[in-house]
Design a binder for this molecule. Structure first.
Ligand code: FAD
Length: 412
């Protein structure tokens, strides 16, 4: 017999943990299946924009976030070739909130998932969701314990796919495995101590074959993260065959980018390099018959805009707000379809433009003729960076200041 829940959330990253927390708080019986042990580091620049602060308040984690996150990020910058420019970070209009800040994923993800568990979500960890099938009117999710190999089946009428976008798998919402391509973008990340990056500045880093970013994060470290084309990575590795891939990438970026070269001079690596990918920018299906996607599972923006955590958490909020509001009337297949359509429309209004803007920025960063043409413009008009950050959603209010969450019931 499989254990019955109101909702199963697959993946306990920022999108999944937010969904689980919001539903558990509304008195839903929620299961989260997360394949990794937390705390764990993750390829990510770790910048969390100020647009999340109203949501953090609703989730009850704002005070913890403010206590442990890195310094406020008040400047957006550009490090490309010999150019170093900066400009003010845009802010939400009429917002009482402060600035975006960066927080290590080992801390943020554990904080969110622990809070979901404390609120009543049942967390299966380290369990790997492997299959999903329909049985009667419900979903049955099969999962395997990554350590013991034990098997489990859970049942629910609602499934939230929050497994990210980087790993192929057999779930209907997971991407299919595809052949390697020279243009695949692979993600790298490392923490440094003793970096000379100015406090409060988050530069976009542009280099041959990719882009990246740097920012002061929690625990006195600087995070450096980037995406690099597979063919460029192979070239870097040929130039330094005995170096770990991450070191070869950093040597390549430092060589082509004065800002990074100067920032990491004398700095020491804190922990190992991480890699992931290929990343899968674009928009996937948002919902189907009681199965809903949030976070990267529905849409991944090129990380050039550093908005993925915000989109993951805020998309979970957009969905759960609708699920909770409608659950009082009973979740029939017709109601679930209406919730899905409404969620899809709200998602597109909130995020579709960012995904396009991020694709444009990534496209320009990858073309050396475009970089050549645009650099004098940024040097002359640094405020263009502020505008670009605004287009990327850094000042978009998605989550209202006051939420509607509280015990609801009943789901059926
Ligand atoms: C180089 C780089 C830099 C970035 N920098 C930033 C930044 O500075 N700021 C920002 O906001 N975003 C950034 N991002 C994007 C951000 O990391 C993602 O958008 C964000 O992590 C998406 O959150 P999520 O919850 O949707 O998915 P994830 O964070 O990927 O979480 C998915 C979870 O699901 C689990 N999982 C996967 N499959 C299964 C399964 N079958 N069963 C059980 N569990 C499963 C995984 O273990 C994982 O914990 C960056 C990305 C890259 C590549």
């Amino acid at each position: 017999m499989s254990e019955k829940f109101d909702a199963i959330v697959i993946g306990g990253g920022p999108g999944g943990a937010t969904a689980a927390l919001l539903l558990a708080r509304a008195d839903w019986k929620v299961a989260v299946i997360e394949k990794a042990h937390f705390p764990r580091r993750k390829v990510c620049g770790e910048y969390v924009s100020a647009t999340n602060l109203p949501l953090f308040r609703q989730l009850g984690i704002e005070a913890d976030f403010q206590k442990v996150a890195g310094p406020p990020v008040k400047q957006v910058g550009l490090f490309a070739r010999e150019t170093i420019v900066s400009a003010p970070m845009p802010r939400m209009r009429e917002s009482p909130d402060g600035w975006g800040r960066a927080l290590g994923r080992e801390t943020l993800d554990a904080l969110l998932l622990n809070r979901a568990a404390e609120t009543g979500a049942h967390v299966w960890q380290p369990w790997w969701a492997t299959k999903l099938r329909r049985e009667g009117g419900a979903f049955v999710c099969e999962s395997t314990n990554k350590e013991t190999g034990g098997a489990n089946e859970l049942q629910a009428s609602v499934v939230i796919a929050a497994h990210g976008s980087w790993e192929p798998g057999a779930l209907p919402t997971q991407p299919a495995r595809r052949a390697l391509r020279a243009s695949d973008l692979l993600g790298f990340k490392a923490h440094f101590r003793g970096c000379r990056l100015p406090v409060g500045l988050m530069p976009l880093v542009v280099f041959r074959g990719g882009y990246g970013g740097m920012v002061h994060t929690s625990d006195g470290r600087v995070s450096f993260s980037c995406c690099i084309r597979r063919d460029e990575l192979e070239r870097c590795r040929r130039a330094a065959p005995s170096a770990p891939a991450g070191e070869a990438v950093l040597a390549h970026v430092s060589q082509s980018c004065r800002g990074v070269r100067e920032a990491v001079q004398g700095a020491s690596l804190d922990g190992a390099w991480l890699s992931a990918g290929p990343i899968r920018p674009g928009i996937a299906a948002l919902f189907s018959k009681g199965m809903f996607c949030v976070g990267n599972a529905v849409g991944e923006a090129h990380p050039v805009i550093a908005e993925g955590i915000s989109m993951a958490m805020q998309s979970a909020w957009l969905l759960c707000e609708r699920l909770v509001a409608r659950s009082k009337e009973g979740l029939t297949s017709q109601t679930l379809h209406e919730i899905g359509s409404d969620y899809a429309a709200a998602w597109r209004r909130s995020f579709a433009r960012r995904i396009r803007v991020a694709a444009l920025f990534a496209h320009l960063a990858a073309r050396s003729a475009a970089v050549e043409l645009l650099l004098p413009l940024f040097r002359l008009f640094p405020a263009t960076l502020t505008r670009g950050a605004r287009w990327s959603g850094k000042a978009n209010e998605v989550v209202e200041q006051v939420g509607h969450f509280g015990p609801s019931r009943s789901i059926s």
